[in-house]
Design a protein around this ligand. Structure first.
Ligand code: NAD
Length: 373
């Protein structure tokens, strides 16, 4: 069920449901679901990089979007260009290459450039898109380094264009409820978060295992989800990090990290312990420990099947599954249409990279490291 549909359900059925556990959950849903505003116009989105995520998640989501539509693609493959033209009814001049990309400056149908390339190209294409006067939506991780993030933020600010980051969980209903539990201290102030995300990676030739293309390994790719959860559940920025890396396959993971366990200390004294891996399946969760109880999600970060739990049976934590990509692209389009700042923005991507860099510094030094601000 999409948030819009869920919200209209709430408007008509709130009273009969409110006394039940499910009703309480639906009532909370109303607080999280954005009220669907009228569709005034749909923004034109150009997808840069037609790999797995663009093909299977983003383009189908744009077809369902209320406030955005696919108007152009950017690809290095002429064959993919033809396929996408046929599938999405795009004119020939709406297929750009990485070389002709800068011509989008003369294409008023493109409002937003969505960068879905490997991580090592996020910085370059954000700068080029901003120079062409386009708003930028960039996949996670935002870039290979904090310095690249700073330059991306500066480029979009100079162009007076918005920069959004594809942290899809931040707008997902379970995660938003978890943020509310934490913010309103429903289980008391959060003292500790335990979070992990990983999977057994396959093909040893893929870009995710090349440092230049990926910036790092599991930490950059999926560790950031666990890190994000710790940051938005504590509502604080970590100040200290200590990390440990293990490698069972030093050949496959010669350039990037395989498994990292790390701990963080927050200014309030709260702590977090996290794990990320490219070596095994099964970690996909968080648990937040408050002074009065606990709550968590497992699975927590996938596209669907997200499941919440709490230590108090009277406090439910169940919501409809939604399309995270529709939700985030609609929110970004609406922010632009309404002239309002969008979150998560580039600043959020930068904050994660500062912690990731402290994690890597701690692995290299074997010591506790301070997170730069
Ligand atoms: P992918 O490998 O399937 O697609 C990458 C695209 O970049 C391909 O079309 C490829 O042709 C193109 N490309 C251009 N130059 C390249 C080069 N030199 N080397 C390799 N590829 C090159 O990857 P993907 O899974 O679609 O991931 C793309 C981005 O999306 C990454 O930043 C990734 O972290 C992010 N991602 C986010 C989520 C999410 O849930 N938000 C999920 C998956 C991936």
């Amino acid at each position: 069920m999409e948030p819009a549909a869920s919200f209209s359900l709430m408007k008509t059925t709130r009273r009969p449901f409110i006394k039940t556990a499910v009703g309480a959950s639906l009532a909370t849903l109303a607080a999280h679901a954005d009220v669907p505003p009228p569709v005034t116009r749909k923004l034109g989105w150009a997808l840069v990089g037609l790999g797995s995520l663009s093909t299977h998640q983003i383009a189908p989501a744009l077809e369902k979007s209320r406030h955005g539509k696919l108007v152009a693609v950017v690809t290095g493959s002429p064959g993919k260009g033809v396929q996408w033209r046929e599938k999405y009814g795009l004119a020939e001049d709406k297929v750009y290459t990485y070389e002709t990309f800068d011509r989008i400056i003369d294409d008023p149908s493109i409002d937003v450039v969505y960068i879905v390339l490997h991580n090592g190209m996020h910085h370059e294409f954000t700068l080029r898109a901003a120079k062409a006067g386009k708003h930028v939506f960039c996949e996670k991780p935002m870039a290979n380094s904090a310095n690249e993030c700073r330059e991306m933020i500066a480029a979009c600010e100079a162009a007076k264009r918005q920069l959004g980051i594809g942290y899809r969980c931040q707008r997902e209903l379970h995660h938003r409820e978890a943020m509310r539990f934490a913010r309103e201290k429903v289980f008391g102030p959060i003292q500790h978060v335990d979070a992990g995300f990983g999977f057994a990676i396959g093909d040893p030739t893929q870009w995710r295992l090349r440092k230049k293309l990926a910036g790092g390994g599991a930490m950059m790719d999926v560790g950031v989800y666990a890190l994000q959860a710790c940051r938005y559940l504590t509502g604080e920025e970590p100040v200290e990090v200590v990390a440990l890396e293990t490698k069972t396959d030093p050949v496959k993971f010669a350039e990037v990290d395989e498994t990292i366990a790390w701990s963080m200390r927050f200014p309030s004294g709260a702590t977090a312990s996290c794990l990320t891996t490219y070596h095994f399946n099964g970690r996909d969760d968080f648990t937040a420990y408050g002074t009065k109880g606990r709550f968590g999600m497992r699975p927590a970060y996938g596209y669907t099947g997200l499941t919440g739990w709490t230590s108090d049976p009277k406090i439910p934590f169940t919501f409809p599954q939604t399309d995270h990509f529709v939700t985030e692209m609609d929110a970004f389009s609406l922010a632009i249409i309404e002239g309002k700042p969008f979150e998560p923005s580039g600043a959020e991507g930068l904050r994660d990279l500062l912690v990731v860099e402290a994690v890597y510094r701690s692995i290299a030094s074997g010591k506790k490291e301070t997170v730069e601000s």
